[in-house]
Design a binder for this molecule. Structure first.
Ligand SMILES: NC(=O)c1ccc[n+]([C@@H]2O[C@H](COP(=O)([O-])OP(=O)(O)OC[C@H]3O[C@@H](n4cnc5c(N)ncnc54)[C@H](O)[C@@H]3O)[C@@H](O)[C@H]2O)c1
Length: 237
């Protein structure tokens, strides 16, 4: 494995599970120092990242541990199907709080450190629902559309400081978030496996490898961009 991220210092949230865990492992394998955060699990910083000061405290702890921050990958998020009727305000707000507001707060707190590095990297995790909607996913799709817009605006604002911001948009990935739905509803699993021309669900590593590329010097001229990583599913009618 190359050490293409040697010397880089990364914050990865949602790192106790699924995509975040795979991203943390892949960045570390590429030579980065990685400071992990989650609400649970064996991570460097345990906190509910919807807390008002949680992301600021996370960045402070990461800087204390690593001396700076060059890469930020907010993977923490939640999803569940809720029909529009009976969809409670509190759940809608909860989804926005972790999937959107926490991303904004984390990046905002990291800005001085990313600027100082001169080639900082922000890779947000959107979804194919950053581009499309779906039944039962009002809150989730709203949050993921917003994350893509947030990422584009961050790219515009921080580009002059050499910082790139990109949004990876996973398709159906087999993780602890989605496993219950795929297990309980085999037709749902079949649908997504067959919709993808590559004829399988994604794995967390499929996303992590793309995130690592976007964090590397090879992606130095890629910014303000949403990238589907979905086995081709969304390109197919
Ligand atoms: N799995 C998929 O098919 C898929 C598709 C598109 C996008 N995504 C996105 O990828 C990201 C990771 O999802 P995943 O599939 O790995 O799910 P996951 O449930 O396996 O991991 C999410 C992690 O986020 C953490 N988290 C949730 N709320 C938190 C909070 N308030 N504070 C701190 N940590 C919190 C959880 O504890 C968990 O470890 C999410 O943003 C998700 O929306 C996933």
């Amino acid at each position: 494995m190359s050490a293409r991220l040697a010397g880089r210092r990364a914050i990865v949230t949602g790192a106790a599970s699924g995509i975040g865990a795979a991203v943390a492992a892949r960045l570390a394998a590429d030579g980065a120092r990685v400071f992990t955060a989650d609400v649970k699990g064996a991570v460097d910083f345990v906190a509910d990242l919807t807390g008002a000061d949680a992301n600021q405290n996370l960045v402070a702890a990461a800087v204390a541990a690593m001396g700076g921050v060059d890469i930020v990958v907010p993977c923490a998020g939640i999803s569940a199907f809720h029909p529009l009727e009976g969809h409670e305000d509190a759940y809608f707000q909860r989804v926005l709080d972790i999937n959107l507001l926490a991303v904004f707060r984390l990046v905002r707190a990291a800005v001085p450190h990313l600027k100082a590095h001169g080639a900082g990297r922000i890779v947000t995790i959107g979804s194919t629902t950053s581009t499309f909607g779906d039944e039962g996913l009002c809150a989730y799709a709203a949050s993921k559309h917003a994350v893509l817009g947030l990422t584009k605006s961050i790219a515009a604002e921080l580009g002059p400081f050499g910082v790139t911001a990109t949004c990876v948009q996973p398709g159906a990935i087999d993780t602890p978030m989605t496993a219950p739905a795929f297990t309980e509803t085999p037709a749902y699993r079949d649908f997504w496996e067959n919709k993808a021309p590559l004829r399988r669900l994604g794995r967390a590593e499929d996303i992590a490898d793309v995130v690592a590329f976007l964090c590397s010097d090879d992606a130095r001229f890629v910014s303000g961009h949403g990238l589907w990583v979905d086995g081709g599913a969304m390109a197919r009618h």
